[in-house]
Write a protein that binds this ligand. Structure first.
Ligand code: SF4
Length: 597
């Protein structure tokens, strides 16, 4: 450990770093605390942290620059991030943000001159069922309207600490509209662990196999196969990782599982620990759900006190397991399992080369299982109620239920749990959607379907989804929807590989060009070309799926873009006449001769 040359900063940092054991793996958690204390990451703090953790300064700066909730420049004592998700846009967030900036004399994306406040946009905050939404210093603001923003503006001007703001501003409802096999039951903590211990760990793994449980994150890999591969991989330790980084815009069911069903999730992780002989679990909590951290720590403490975590669980000698929570910091790519593991190790969340897969070489290069929290909840339910019970629901290839996050143009947005096999049409009727013209199933990386496909079913064999279900009625401009998704992917690409880094930017520019009325048939051809390259050449799933919404629109919603195509002949993306506008303004010339034909 090198001494820090900035004594003032050192004084504040030392206890933080000590609390995190001086471990380089805790770098992201340390940076988050520094951000909270200073409202940005001062350069001196980077130098000190690097010295304390024995890391190159560039590694610390690189990590700090990777995550959107960390800021290398002062971001204001109050930092407001408006959700830029399509449903928040539909509910009026852009106009609300503009009005807020006007009220406080702010320029969006910049901090006020007195360093008091900044306002900017962020990707989906996971509050699509109660938007327009935003975050203030990491705390969720829901159901925003002009009155609420006026109040918030006054609270900021009066420098009232966020912790003293009226609680109504931060109210987050579960909005569970339909409960099934998971959400319909609140069993005693420990119920599934006891059942697993009675049955035995190996028999429980066989029950999970027989149940047909597949991962709920969207890819649908058989859970028992993943667990077995991890259990059988040699290593110094085995790790259980719960992926609670639901960054897919339009998906918010994990928020509800964490808020009201955390015991079920921890129960599933503990069962996994016994099966895979693991002593340590990690829950990766997305930064947007930071407000749930204290509550979750409370659940863990209660479980420790009840003998459901810690040493000799439920009196079983040698059954030792505990769970640690790591916070994310606003990076969609950390939902990808190897990117998430990198982030858990305190690094930038850049996806790894695969193979080797995490089941053999994951966290700290040891065998690791990464599952979505809904998968762990299902595993707990199977341990308690058996494989036949679970396999008796759903379809042949998709057993059990799926929790959907429903938002957009419907009367009753919220959380709905259905058995697999439910049709899109039935769901639309259930949530009070009318005049629907399109549904985005599985978020922007999923599939955008049209009315002709409303007979299709939610299942791995038809419409696989991580849980997002966003509804658009006939009054919506599908091109604007797809434009939002194209901007999202361009923003969230981690930049590691060229097909995705460049492809997502080009895709965004071409969609913007078409939306602005300058598109041509050749641009449509270029989008198809780019989509093919990104799908086949990108390093990870983000790049593979980034062209999905654009290609779906080209195939299913031709009217959305054809009417915007200016002419059939090629038109350059760069508008020279528009670029000369500044020169015209400076010279005071705006006659016909000053314009290009
Ligand atoms: Fe990063 Fe995109 Fe490449 Fe994935 S595909 S590694 S997100 S640049």
């Amino acid at each position: 450990m090198e001494p820090c040359e900035f004594p003032d900063i050192e004084q504040q940092l030392a206890p933080v770093i000590e609390r995190h054991g001086g471990e380089p793996n805790r770098l992201l958690q340390i940076l988050l605390e520094v951000q909270e204390a200073f409202h940005f990451i001062p350069p001196e703090a980077i130098t000190c942290i690097a010295g304390y953790l024995g890391l190159p300064r560039v590694s610390v700066e690189g990590a700090a620059g990777f995550y959107s909730f960390l800021s290398l420049k002062p971001a204001g004592e109050y930092r407001i991030l408006f959700s830029d998700n399509i449903t928040d846009q539909m509910l009026g967030n852009p106009a609300l943000m503009q009005a807020f900036c006007n009220k406080l004399w702010l320029e969006s994306g910049k901090v006020s001159e007195d360093n008091l406040v900044s306002a900017d946009r962020t990707s989906c905050t996971g509050m699509c069922d109660q938007g327009p939404a935003a975050l203030v210093n990491g705390w969720p603001l829901t159901n925003l309207n002009q009155d609420r923003l006026d109040l918030i503006g006054n609270l900021i001007r009066d420098r009232i600490p966020v912790s003293s703001w009226p609680s109504i501003l931060f109210e987050v409802k579960d909005n569970v509209r339909r409960a099934g096999m998971l959400l319909g039951k609140h069993s005693e903590p420990g119920f599934a662990i006891k059942a697993m211990l009675e049955r035995g760990a190996d028999a429980t793994l066989m029950a999970i196999k027989a149940s047909g449980l597949r991962g709920r994150g969207g890819a649908g890999f058989p859970t028992a196969d993943k667990w077995k591969r991890c259990r059988d991989s040699p290593g110094l330790a085995h790790y259980i990782v719960c992926n609670a980084d639901e960054g897919e815009p339009g998906t918010f069911k994990d928020r509800v599982l964490l808020n009201s069903y955390a015991d079920l999730v921890f129960e599933g992780m503990t069962i996994g620990a016994k099966v895979m002989n693991s002593a340590k679990g990690l829950l990766y909590l997305r930064g947007e759900y930071r407000y749930l951290l204290e509550k979750l720590e409370g659940v863990l403490a209660r479980r420790r006190a009840a003998g459901l975590l810690g040493r000799n669980i439920l009196g079983n000698t040698g059954f030792d397991f505990d769970i640690e929570i790591h916070l994310g910091a606003g990076a969609y790519i950390c939902g990808e399992e190897s990117g998430l593991i990198e982030s858990l190790e305190g690094k930038r969340g850049r996806p790894r080369n695969r193979p080797p897969y995490p089941a053999a070489h994951g966290y700290l290069n040891q065998p690791t299982v990464v599952n979505n929290l809904e998968t762990f909840a299902c595993a707990a339910a199977i341990a308690a109620h058996g494989s036949e019970w679970f396999a008796g629901m759903g379809t042949q290839q998709s057993s059990g239920s799926k929790i959907l996050s429903i938002s957009g143009d419907c009367a009753r947005p919220g959380i709905y749990e259905y058995q697999f096999g439910i049709s899109v049409r039935e769901i639309l009727d259930d949530c009070g959607a009318e005049d629907t013209c399109a549904v985005q199933v599985g978020g922007p990386s999923g599939v955008l379907i049209s009315t002709k496909e409303f007979g299709r079913c939610i299942s791995f064999e038809d419409l696989a989804t991580s849980g997002g279900f966003t509804i658009f009625n006939g009054g919506r401009d599908i091109l604007r929807v797809v434009q939002n998704f194209a901007h999202f992917f361009a923003h969230e690409s981690c930049g590691f590989c060229t097909p995705c880094r460049v492809g997502t930017q080009l895709q965004k520019k071409i969609v913007d060009k078409i939306a602005d009325g300058h598109g041509t048939a050749s641009d449509v051809g270029e989008l198809k070309n780019l989509g093919r390259i990104m799908r086949t050449m990108s390093h990870c799933g983000l790049g593979h799926t980034a062209p999905n919404p654009v290609l779906d629109m080209l195939e299913r919603f031709p009217h959305a873009y054809e009417q915007k195509l200016k002419k059939l002949a090629f038109e350059p993306a760069f508008d020279i006449d528009l670029a000369l506008e500044t020169a015209r303004r400076i010279t005071g010339r705006d006659d016909a001769e000053a314009h290009l034909p």
